[in-house]
Design a protein around this ligand. Sequence first.
Ligand code: HEC
Length: 221
Amino acid sequence: MSTTVDQFIPGEKPWQALSKLLLRVGLMMSVSLVTIGWYPAPASAAPIIPNPNELVQVVQEIESLDAMRSGLAASLEGSTEVPTMQTMKEVCRPVGMRAMQLSQEHGWQVKQVAKKYRNPDHAPGNLHDQMALAKFNQEPELIGFWDRETLDKQLGTRYYRRMDVEASCLACHGLKERRPQFVKDGYPHDLAYDFNVGDLRGMYAVFIPDDIQKAIQNAVN
Ligand code: HEC
């Protein structure tokens, strides 16, 4: 390539020459890639996430939500008082309520999903849910990922975050017979017991529609 010298025009700033050179090299590379056939379609666009800031916010909110549950469960575990009905209830239900609140405030769909669920609202809802759970099961190191999906005919981004069982969870998700009475009474079809520390408990799944403004409008109306 005899590019550098013969393209240097007197009076031209070095960076101008450099950017021309880079442009030329870039063009040549893309032309050769097209001819080699690496691009599935000519001029295919780079993948984009339409609402990157929303995604950042989702990740942060889910971390807070998860920390809230762990904190509540740990406080129960450490306490010397006999847990009352009220304190027993104050661990996972507030998480569900906060998830609902986040959905309404932001136009997202915030869900908890588990294969062995206690509340039937948290059963896997579609094939994507099942695949994400299987992926977390197969990859214990995987904390979270996102994907482009269509949900209820809307295009958007879905964020998934794993949830593992901690020692403090076993008070209510451990042995079947040891579950608190309010769980036995309130969830007759409960599947969320007999877990061990480190098991995959489930995941958070958050859908961010591309048309977020419309989603917020719908949530308000
Ligand atoms: C004091 C009892 C209690 C403790 C401790 C507890 N949970 Fe729960 N958990 C529940 C109840 C009750 C529900 C059902 C709540 C509802 O109706 O939405 C639930 C539901 C869940 C769900 C939603 C999916 C489902 O099965 O319905 C997840 C996920 C979950 N718990 C994870 C955890 C994790 C992780 C911990 C430990 C950090 C934990 N839980 C500790 C009582 C508890």
